[in-house]
Design a protein around this ligand. Structure first.
Ligand SMILES: Nc1ncnc2c1ncn2[C@@H]1O[C@H](COP(=O)(O)OP(=O)(O)OP(=O)(O)O)[C@@H](O)[C@H]1O
Length: 264
């Protein structure tokens, strides 16, 4: 049983025609909606540090939303630790910690209250020992009693990471966790995430910092316009596509018409 499985996943966002397009009768194609994912199949095994890369709008967040139960696939199936994300939603969600891309937080709570509240969503009382450990590992120990609205952007992002970890999920998904954060947090964060990975947690990471992906990810999938156009170990991708580094390989793959040649 794999940590994450996507089988022939497609996602079409329904179009919501505005008054103008209703007036001028939008074309049939536009009425059909927007296809964000197109027949995506991939598997992430337990213990992997897996990178999901792609340009803006490629479908990365859509894929993560489907795995987290925040969006429903139009067709295909997905599971987390063998639990179907639709029919076994609770078990699937419990197996997963997601660090979202947007800074979402409740401005009325302190950091500790935020983490206790999040623990409560998973039915966890008396979770303070683990909360303290997470806070210490993310350099947040001295902010525990601070109000969320008084934190800097980077500190808020650390709390989002902490929130994803309160229920000790075996699988952790990080959607661009280092966007707009300083070098210190990057290092602290990667040390902590790498440690969690070494302890057996499966990590799926999306990032536009390709040097991070190259250093951390054992295997990489690249999405382009909703399709998987490359899927292999980082080393094999680099060897097969050529170029100096992953950024070079990424640009070559994204500009290649025959992207399927780099599918393992
Ligand atoms: N709720 C929605 N309704 C309609 N279209 C959407 C919705 N969410 C995403 N899309 C569209 O689906 C496509 C894929 O978006 P998605 O956010 O998954 O891309 P991404 O790869 O995560 O991009 P980025 O790197 O910019 O975060 C985009 O064209 C986006 O505009």
């Amino acid at each position: 049983m794999s940590a994450l499985t996507l089988k022939n996943i497609s996602k079409i966002y329904a179009s919501r025609p505005g008054a103008l397009s209703r007036l001028f009768q939008a074309s049939a194609r536009k009425r059909q909606g927007f296809q964000a994912l197109n027949d995506v199949s991939l598997t992430v095994e337990h213990g992997e540090f897996f990178g999901l890369l792609g340009p803006n709008g490629a479908g990365k967040t859509t894929m993560i939303s489907i795995l987290a139960g925040l969006a429903q696939a139009s067709s295909g199936s997905a599971s987390v630790c063998g639990y179907d994300v639709v029919s076994q939603y609770k078990q699937a969600r419990r197996s997963l910690g997601v660090v979202p891309q947007e800074l979402v937080y409740d401005p009325f709570f302190t950091v500790r209250e935020t983490l206790r509240l999040q623990s409560g969503y998973f039915g966890l009382r008396n979770n303070d020992d683990w909360i303290d450990e997470i806070l210490a590992n993310l350099g947040l120990a001295d902010k525990a009693e601070n109000n969320m609205r008084a934190l800097s952007g980077g500190m808020k992002r650390r709390v989002l990471v902490a929130q994803a970890l309160v229920h000790r999920p075996p699988v952790i998904i990080l959607d661009e966790p280092t966007a707009g954060v300083d070098v210190d947090l990057r290092r602290t964060l990667w040390e902590f995430i790498s440690r969690l990975n070494k302890e057996g947690h499966t990590i799926l990471l999306t990032t536009h910092y390709l040097e991070e992906a190259e250093a951390l990810c054992g295997r990489i999938a690249m999405l382009k316009s909703g399709r998987v156009v490359a899927l292999d170990t980082t080393q094999s991708l680099l060897a097969r596509v050529g170029g100096n580094d992953l950024e070079d390989a990424f640009v070559r793959i994204m500009h290649s018409d025959n992207a399927l040649e780099v599918l393992a």
